[in-house]
Write a protein that binds this ligand. Structure first.
Ligand code: S3P
Length: 431
């Protein structure tokens, strides 16, 4: 059984954005509890190459950013390596798209297969030019617009990365850019734009879509901010406690922004005993401690409209569904195919290999849980941090051991995952 108190690292999405916005300010931005994972280090490295000065003071968990200001980004002489980080790639493409620089981005094997056309295409409308032979995948060489024209774009894919790329581009475009989204995606960029004093307005239009207007070429104000715990990292320990007999965990300081915490609502509908304790708000985000204990779970149907708000949690939710009794259906989850790995297929293969019946039905995933998992298999992580962590949690309650071929990708988002796991009573066997 798992017991104790857990503090998960700072939120990954907010960490990338805080660094980028700090870099767009003249003056000192102070960030507490920044996630120091490989993905975020990729963003730091890129911003330093663009001229920001970023100083990590690890002993006091604080990072100081001195930025280059809106439009002050420098030409980088070297290629910029973004490792495994899709968020760095998409957000930084947006950032440079309205600046007069030429940048070469490259990434690891997984990032080099991920679609970038979804962010490049709308940015071409403002004047971004793709110089490289590749037009949809890294490595890419792109030139920002010299005279960028305001964006007016309705998102075709419900993606916070595309939305944020366009918003970041708009910050250096004279005039008003409008970005419209019809399916809700995480809204940290909107909140942080307001926090840093950008000229932004959001409203619901008559079609019921969210309209974001950004007036560009206005100064941002440097800020001090404290990043709350990442709910997507907490999700692994929440499910671990739910499926492991006699467990009781308290997870501190978790961000419960509704565009991120949908998976908790679904777990509660599955029968999870989860309590929110000590709720409060900081830097525009709602935060809570979460208490979770072992629960009998039943199958669940998730709605298409909720998929973007829990897109990073379907892997671990599939583990909960495997230990639940009855059928679960995750509706409209084709986006899982273009994550760090093809998570749609990974879920099917991982569960079937562990003795749990799982299949695709169009863009839906169906999992038939019996309350038990046979295990006795090896899961390939395929450069995907969340596959590694989900497979390790799947193995917790399985009758036979589950092996994970490579746990090194975990460092992209959650460097101290194994340490926390062992601290609360979990056991892994290496080799
Ligand atoms: C993220 C958005 C999501 C998510 C990713 C982080 C972000 O991607 O999967 O881990 O920080 O904006 P999409 O925008 O592609 O859905």
């Amino acid at each position: 059984s798992l017991h104790g108190r857990v503090t998960v690292p700072g939120d990954k999405s907010i960490s990338h954005r805080a660094l980028i916005l700090g870099s767009l300010c003249i003056g000192e931005t102070k960030i507490h509890n920044l996630l120091l994972s490989e993905d975020v280090l990729s963003t730091i490295n890129a911003l330093e190459q663009f001229g920001a000065s970023i100083n990590i003071e690890e002993e006091i968990n604080t990072t100081i950013v001195h930025g280059f200001g809106i439009g002050g980004l420098l030409q980088s002489e070297r290629k910029i390596h973004l490792g495994n980080s899709g968020t760095s790639a998409r957000l930084l493409i947006g950032l440079i798209s309205s600046c007069n620089v030429c940048v070469a981005f490259e990434g690891d094997e997984s990032l080099s297969t991920r679609p970038m056309g979804r962010v490049l295409d709308p940015l071409k409308e403002i004047g971004l030019e793709v110089v490289s032979k590749n037009t949809d995948n890294l490595p890419l060489e792109i030139r920002g617009a010299t005279l960028p024209v305001p964006i007016n774009h309705k998102l075709r894919v419900p993606s916070a990365q595309i939305k944020s790329a366009l918003m970041l581009s708009a910050l250096n475009i004279r005039g008003t850019s409008t970005i419209i989204e019809s399916s809700k995606t995480r809204d940290h960029t909107e909140k942080l734009f307001e926090y840093f004093g950008a000229d932004i307005e959001t409203r619901m239009n008559i079609e019921g879509d969210k309209e974001i207007r950004v007036n560009g070429q206005r100064k941002l104000s440097p800020r001090e901010l404290d990043i709350p715990g990442d709910p997507s990292s907490a999700a692994f320990f929440i499910v671990a406690a739910l499926i492991t007999k006699g467990s009781n965990l308290r997870i501190n300081n978790i961000m419960i922004n509704p565009t991120r915490s949908k998976f908790i609502d679904y777990l509660i509908s599955m029968g999870a005993k989860i309590n929110f304790i000590n709720e409060y708000s900081k830097c525009g985000e709602d935060i809570s401690d979460i208490e979770v204990c072992t629960s009998s779970l039943k199958g669940i149907k998730t709605e298409v409209k909720d998929a973007p708000s829990m897109i990073d949690e379907f892997l671990i939710l599939s583990v909960a569904a495997a230990y639940a009794k009855g059928e679960s259906r995750f509706c409209g989850v084709a986006e899982l195919k273009v994550k760090e790995s093809n998570r749609f297929d990974v879920i099917i293969n991982m569960l079937n290999a562990s003795g749990v019946n799982c299949k695709a039905d169009g863009d839906d995933l169906i999992i038939i849980g019996s309350g038990e998992v046979r295990g006795g298999t090896t899961i390939k992580t395929d450069y995907d941090h969340r596959v590694a962590m989900s497979a390790l949690i799947l193995g917790l309650g399985a009758k036979n051991k589950i092996c994970v071929d490579d746990i090194s990708p975990i460092a992209t988002s959650f460097p101290n995952f194994m340490e926390i796991y062992e601290k609360i009573g979990g056991k892994f066997y290496g080799g």
